[in-house]
Design a protein around this ligand. Sequence first.
Ligand code: PMP
Length: 406
Amino acid sequence: NFTAEVVPQAPEDPLFGLMRAYRADQDPKKVDLGIGAYRDNNAKPWVLPVVKKADEILRDDPELNHEYAPIAGITSFTSKAAELILGGVDSPAIKEKRVTSVQTISGTGAVHLGALFLARFYTGKKVYLSDPTWANHNQIFSNVGIPIAKYPYFSKETRGLDFEGMKAALHGAPEGSIILLHACAHNPTGVDPTLDQWKEIAEILRVKKHFPFFDTAYQGFASGDLMRDNAAVRYFVDQGFELVVAQSFAKNFGLYGERAGCFHVVTAPAPDAETTIARIASQLAILQRSEISNPPLYGARIASIVLNDPKLFAEWEDNLRTMSGRIISMRNALRAKLEELGTPGTWNHITDQIGMFSYTGLTEPQVLKIRSDFHIYMTKNGRISMAGLNTNNVDYVAKAIDKIVR
Ligand code: PMP
């Protein structure tokens, strides 16, 4: 029987628990800084105008039907997804046909498929995750039996990158370890290596024959510039690494619930790279078949319409700038207000960090107090989703932080 000994009660997912508590809160001043989803200046979800257009195009298509997608997904989507993260058709990996791409259940499914593939074909290795990282990384890799280790990432002192700690750990890891890297806009810290630091990281990975596993969930959403946000991945590919990429279109298209994502394998340059990639694709197809059989169509169709039409693509870039621009202006506003209030501590990290999140440095007791006293919701590690801030609530949040840290 499924007694409590056999199936014990599992804890609620902390993030979704936080959302529930927020919804139940009746206070009109409540502020949601928890979930990593974009909100407009009125704290409402934003359907990208370009997504609305693509949706109309899709609905007007008389040929539209609901047949199964191919196992690896729709290639008009996956090929453009690869170009997007690898930097276009001039990427050496694309030119030399060293890429295979599989459409997945958003970024989570891509990380999972990648983990499953490595568990099967890259055995006996540990995966090194940044400390801290997106909490789901731990569960996904554990689920497929890949042992987990950590590398230092965030410095509590500078609220920036602990670069020395990171390098030392990567040096110390057993040769051939899997190293999970956030391509841009690190979740939860908002702290990214500079391009020079990426070059040093790449050099360590090369020397130690480590395997790079990129997770990219915020391309274009972070800086507003798609090519800037994929610079790390492009650099590693240019250096001839064999690597994998898990790619999400949840944030940059605002397609959270539609689960549009992609998993890419790039093999190292070699005369037989094309046959290697075909073998890899054949194995990925078998894994995909047993897991989800065929990926969902709607989100991938929307993204595909935009990615394949230069005019819509330009409009998408404009929408990305709207989202990233509003977030950057909220970073500036929050920092300015805290400094104006003379709030104890330094607040430059709010504007130094990039992307959806800021690691405020608030402690767990402070997080709980700001929730009970001010109805402001953030995760226990002090991470705030910048998209939850707007011109109506940023002063209120700054004043609350000021009161809490004094
Ligand atoms: N990786 C990271 C680092 C993320 O922050 C996210 C989104 N929270 C994902 C992957 C994937 O999310 P999704 O499955 O919604 O695409």
